[in-house]
Design a protein around this ligand. Structure first.
Ligand SMILES: *Cc1c(COP(=O)(O)O)cnc(C)c1O
Length: 479
């Protein structure tokens, strides 16, 4: 295609890389930016402008290549390159264990200790008493045993890894009997049948989706059987005409027939939630008390710690798991280990745990407290004194999240925001794209923020974000 002389003229007007480099470096914001980042940003902007000129019609004017505008575009590009990719956000969704937003927040203790370990050498695998090599797992094994009352314990990267490792150790090349009602899929493509395939064990499904009887398990047992597995249906509920075999019955069957019984609890719980007005979730202690040989669960779901998979149960099985070469590939990192240790320490005093572990604190937060927060947030926003902004208090339920307590709606208080002439979608997008993103949701065409998961020290950030949005509406060229 022939390029018009007008466009050729515009292309010639594009400033050179060296000129732009000098200008950017003179700016205060350009001072600490690596040269490579500046060059990349300049090339990106100039190439894009060149393409736009070529694609445009001949009416495109010289202001398109104004140096001031180009420098602004490059500065914006550099700013975006220099800001962290993984960044803090404000969770105003009311979903406490939000997998997409990083699941659990750590307690202050865990954060403090983790920071120390990250900047110092540690006794990670060094026995300070003997001066010899030690085990990475001693930092948490006794604590887990104390809190859940098990014989032995072991930790890996996450619960998916824990399940894989247990199946590989206990049932490679053999059959694992599972109820059809428990063939769970959780987000991120973890499916019990797939994990089983990877572990080299064979899935033996028994019963039907809604009903499984003890005799179904009994009939499935053969020479090929290695393990009876129970999976906590953590992210869905089967209701109506249902029947499942209790852990107790399964443990008895396992003991009678000489097979170990494993339970994948998904989100592990040490605290009986029914004491705090929430529905009962099976606890790790109960599973072990029922006689389960091996129990696995997540560190960062309802437990409120770092991403980890915890395996606890009988000593001989844990010993075999430790010896499995897969263990090395799935091993837990020292920062995680430190955070997990200090989360577990809090559980030695339940009252303390509820206060100090953010996940537990938010889940058990009294409605009054949330309502007070909502009232305060609303009045801070009203303090912006903008006639276009309308704030409301709305009763909407929060969710536990993390694939746990699926049927649970916890009454909560939200602050609803509407701005005259601005759609709820536009508000949602603006809040999500702020320097510190605020993630809320839209209900009945209103942008709402659930105050259960928003902390008081985040209120000013939310206020600033909304103020910025209001300011863009005020400026005349945006109208
Ligand atoms: C969440 C979950 C897992 C996986 O745990 P991660 O810690 O996310 O790897 C496995 N099984 C069940 C039943 C779960 O709910």
């Amino acid at each position: 295609m022939e390029i018009s002389s007008h466009k050729k003229g515009l292309l010639k007007l594009l400033p050179g890389v060296d000129t732009l480099m000098e200008k950017i470096k003179q700016q205060a914001s350009g001072a600490d930016v690596p040269q490579t980042v500046i060059v990349k940003a300049i090339r990106l902007v100039i190439n894009s402008l060149r393409d736009q000129i070529l694609m445009a019609d001949d009416r495109i004017g010289e202001e398109f290549v104004s140096e001031q505008k180009i420098i602004k575009q490059i500065s914006d590009q550099i700013k975006s390159e220099m800001s962290p990719n993984l960044c803090r956000v404000i969770n105003a969704t009311g979903v406490v264990v939000h997998t997409n937003l990083g699941r659990s927040l750590l307690s202050c203790d865990a954060i403090k200790e983790m920071a120390i370990i990250s900047g110092s050498y540690s006794n990670l695998e060094f026995d300070l008493d003997t001066g010899k090599r030690g085990s990475r797992y001693t930092a948490v094994e006794n604590l887990i045993c104390d809190v859940c009352g098990c014989e032995a314990a072991m930790v890996v990267n996450n619960n998916a890894a824990a399940v894989l490792l247990c199946l590989d150790t206990l049932a490679r090349g053999k059959e694992v009997i599972v109820s059809r009602g428990e063939l769970v899929e959780i987000g991120g493509s973890f499916r019990i049948p797939d994990v089983m395939l990877k572990s080299g064990s064979v899935l033996k499904e028994v019963g039907t989706t809604n009903r499984t009887h003890l005799k179904d398990y009994q009939n499935a047992i053969s020479d090929h059987t290695a393990l009876l597995l129970k999976v906590h249906t953590s992210n869905y509920a089967i209701i109506g005409f249902t029947k499942s075999v209790s852990l107790k019955e399964l443990v008895k069957l396992g003991a009678d027939m000489g097979f170990p019984v494993m339970e994948d609890l998904g989100s592990g719980m040490f605290v009986d939630f029914s004491k705090y007005g929430l529905p009962k979730e099976p606890t790790v202690q109960e599973s072990l008390l029922a006689g389960t040989d091996i129990v696995t669960f997540s560190g960062d779901k309802l437990l409120g710690g770092p991403q980890a998979g915890i395996i606890c149960g009988k000593t001989d099985i844990i010993e075999n798991i430790r010896k499995n070469p897969l263990t090395r590939a799935l091993r837990i990192d020292k920062l995680t280990l430190s955070a997990l240790e200090h989360t577990l320490r809090l559980y030695r005093d339940e009252e303390k745990a509820i206060k100090a572990i953010p996940t537990l604190n938010m889940l058990t937060m009294p409605f009054d407290t949330i309502e007070k927060k909502a009232v305060r947030m609303k009045s801070i926003l009203n303090g912006l004194n903008n006639p276009l902004l309308k704030t409301t208090l709305i009763d909407l339920p929060s969710k536990a999240g993390g694939g746990s307590l699926p049927a649970l709606n916890i009454p909560s208080k939200c602050v609803g925001l509407s701005i005259e002439g601005v759609s709820a979608n536009k508000i949602e997008t603006h809040m999500r794209c702020c320097a510190i993103p605020v993630i809320g949701r839209i209900e009945d065409d209103v942008f709402v923020m659930d105050m259960r998961t928003v902390m008081e020290n985040e209120f000013p950030v939310i206020k600033d974000a909304i103020n910025d949005l209001l300011n863009t509406i005020k400026s005349p060229h945006m109208q």
